[in-house]
Design a protein around this ligand. Structure first.
Ligand code: C5P
Length: 366
């Protein structure tokens, strides 16, 4: 039998998309924690934007961008002869007719019979994205990042249960170390040893003012939220991987389906907490109350991250995704020392290095 040619891996700017997307995800994760944290804690609670608006915007933008990509990738646009497959010669179509055909084709794929499968990860992701706001508002950035690594544990558990993956002894040992590492970091944050005793924002420390509102943080609430988010992350990620790799449907079509199903749970809290007619300034004005530059930056980074996550799950898997995010701990921790006046304690160093070594060990080929 002649040797099989290697599978063509997609590339971007000549580099393998797989590694570019993993590195991008690591940088995105680091940027998101810092910007999201700052957008919440640097502002007085009375002037805070609504996380529900951010979650809704995230889904609307992600779904819109995914739709445009799915549309532009339509085979009808690249090979117009597909429009009428029975025609022998390449016909001349008017551009609007071609676009309409491609638009109808993509819509047909989106509203296909198996679209309902995306409803489960969609609801889970909306819950997770909302929990993330609770967690990040109540924990220091680095602690949030390290604790959030527990999702490697839940992802592994759901991968074994749902994708029938088998894990070697080394990988389970790595998961055990991961839990210990996360525990050490939790312990030192609970005793409050991660902050300097006299937070003093300086003009040279641009975002030092984030310290001013640290007394509003409730670590217990933060850890509760982050633990729940780890469960939804593992379950939703593995479920999305299962749906994506179990069918031939296009990644971007799946993303649109995911966003469409997310709209309902994302809208519910907005409608539920709508101000009374007397206090209302109109639906849109209420929605975007205090929604400033930092809030837009948070949503943009989240939208970008959602799109990159989908690429990572498609071209790598949830395990490599864990590796990428562990790299982001190092980045965001270093940034927190500079930006939020975070103090490096020996306990944090031991905890963080245990988490990083465990992540490295977990990602070793068996
Ligand atoms: O932390 P984790 O990796 O589970 O986070 C995944 C994030 O990516 C969530 O915010 C989710 O909304 C987003 N996502 C997405 N599209 C996908 C998969 C995940 O927007 N196809």
């Amino acid at each position: 039998m002649p040797p099989q040619p290697p599978l063509q891996q997609p590339t971007i700017f000549g580099l393998p998309l797989k590694y570019v997307s993993l590195l991008t995800l690591a940088l995105q994760n680091a940027a998101l924690s810092i910007v999201m944290h700052y957008s919440r804690v640097s502002i007085h609670p009375d002037l805070a934007y609504s996380p529900a608006t951010a979650v809704l915007l995230n889904e609307l933008l992600k779904g819109g961008i995914s739709f445009v990509i799915a549309f532009l990738r339509s085979p009808l646009l690249s090979q117009p002869s597909n429009v009428y497959p029975l025609t022998r010669r390449r016909p001349l179509y008017s551009l609007p007719a071609l676009w309409w055909a491609a638009f109808s084709d993509v819509c047909g794929e989106i509203f296909s019979a198996d679209a309902w499968k995306l409803s489960i990860p969609a609801i889970l992701y909306v819950i997770q994205n909302s929990l993330q706001f609770v967690a990040i508002s109540n924990l220091p950035v680095a602690t949030f990042q390290v604790t959030y690594q527990m999702k490697i544990l839940t992802t592994a558990a759901f991968s074994v249960a749902m994708l029938r993956k088998t894990l070697t002894g080394t990988k389970w040992l790595a998961l055990f170390f991961l839990a210990i590492g996360v525990g050490i970091v939790q312990l030192q944050t609970a005793t409050g040893s991660g902050h300097r005793s006299t937070p003093a924002p300086t003009s040279s420390n641009l975002v030092g003012s984030a310290q001013e509102f640290h007394h509003h943080m409730s670590p217990l609430k933060g850890f509760g939220a982050v633990t729940a988010a780890c469960f939804t992350s593992g379950l939703a990620g593995v479920y999305f991987e299962m749906v994506l790799k179990g069918s031939k449907a296009d990644l971007w079509v799946r993303n649109v389906q995911l966003s469409l199903f997310s709209l309902i749970p994302a809208l519910l809290p907005i409608l539920y907490s709508a101000p009374s007619a007397a206090d209302s300034h109109g639906f849109l004005k209420d929605l975007f109350r205090h929604f400033g530059g930092w809030a837009w930056a948070t949503v943009s980074i989240q939208v970008f991250g959602g799109l990159v996550t989908a690429i990572v799950i498609k071209y790598s898997d949830n395990i490599l995704k864990g590796f990428a995010t562990s790299l982001s701990i190092v980045l965001s921790f270093l940034a927190s020392v500079v930006l939020f006046d975070f103090e490096i304690t020996p306990a944090f160093l031991i905890g963080a290095s245990t988490v990083l070594s465990a992540t490295w060990m977990y990602n070793q080929p068996s």
